[in-house]
Design a protein around this ligand. Structure first.
Ligand code: HSE
Length: 297
């Protein structure tokens, strides 16, 4: 039996669109064992909605590992225990892809190295900023141009509050509303803010996070899909959030803070005033990714 634990992730951290992601302390588990026929069971998040057939994303990722080493996929029993909310900007599809690739690799005796797994995960997902922290843990900085490159940084010592609205936004849809071009000033501001974000996190100059978490590349466009967005950011800051932003492609809002309870309450109340029910989660950056969280019996 193979068991893999894969963390949730928040991509596009602040101004780090398609580049910076962080692994969080919420997990999905993928269990794989030999079977006479394909059997998929899903528990927790998405138990009723996720496919239990051949098109299941975790199963497809496992099959990619078989394909890669030119082996016919074998029948397996796949058990998915999910706690990562689906289509909320917390990396649920990346967790499925990475969970499948890492579990498939372990099932087959670890034929693929970390770089091959990352490359395959990016191929399936299309961008690296969720799959990289799901695989490696920590904070990851990635690019695909001119070639795929990924650096892992240590985790930072702040709590991460997530306000998770009760509606879904699919990344494929929310990429379509992004502009082809952005004003030069906005591009300049994002470059500036990324520098402040990394400085703030790794020199513990947390007062710089207010600037360091601001984005002008995707948030202005995607925030229109989220009622009360700007008010939630403002009230979270007033309650003690050091930096606040959209998580991934939304609709979850992420706040970095040292006073998580107060921030969670402020975010939930403000969303409620705008007619949105949210679940708030108090999480932490997670040092270990799926690669370190494999258990083989
Ligand atoms: N960088 C991706 C996006 C993350 O913003 O579309 C969401 O999966």
């Amino acid at each position: 039996m193979i068991r893999v634990r894969v963390p949730a992730t928040s991509a596009n951290l602040g101004p780090g669109f398609d580049v910076i992601g962080v692994a969080l302390s919420i997990f999905n588990e993928v269990w794989v064992e030999a079977s006479k026929e394909l059997k998929i069971e899903v528990f927790g998040e998405g138990a009723n909605d996720i496919s239990k057939g051949q098109d299941n994303l975790v199963y497809r990722a496992i099959c990619r590992v078989f394909d890669k080493i030119k082996k016919e996929p074998e029948p397996i029993k796949l058990t998915l225990k999910n706690t990562i909310p689906l289509a909320r900007g917390l990396g649920s599809s990346s967790a499925a892809i990475v969970g499948g690739l890492v579990a498939g690799n372990a099932y087959l005796g670890f034929p693929l190295n970390d770089e091959e797994l990352l490359r395959m995960a990016v191929e399936i997902e299309g961008h690296p900023d969720n799959v990289a922290p799901a695989l490696f843990g920590g904070v990851t900085i990635c690019t695909q141009i001119p070639k795929l490159l990924c650096v892992k940084l240590p985790i930072f010592e702040l709590d991460v509050v997530l306000a998770v609205p009760d509606f879904e936004i699919k990344t494929s849809d929310s990429r379509k509303i992004l502009p082809r071009e952005v004003p030069f000033e906005d591009a300049k501001m994002n470059v500036t803010n990324v520098a402040f974000l990394i400085t703030a996190l790794y020199t513990k100059r947390y007062e710089l996070l207010e600037i360091g978490m601001q984005d002008r590349l995707h948030q202005p466009y995607r925030s229109k899909l989220i009622p009360g967005f700007h008010e939630v950011l403002k009230r979270a800051r007033e309650a003690g959030a050091l930096g606040v932003a959209l998580s991934g492609s939304g609709p979850t809002i992420i706040a970095l803070t040292k006073s998580p309870q107060a921030v969670a309450q402020a975010m939930a109340e403000t969303f409620k005033e705008h007619g949105v029910n949210v679940k708030t989660l108090i999480t932490h950056p997670q040092e270990m990714g799926a690669l370190e969280l494999v258990d083989v019996e």
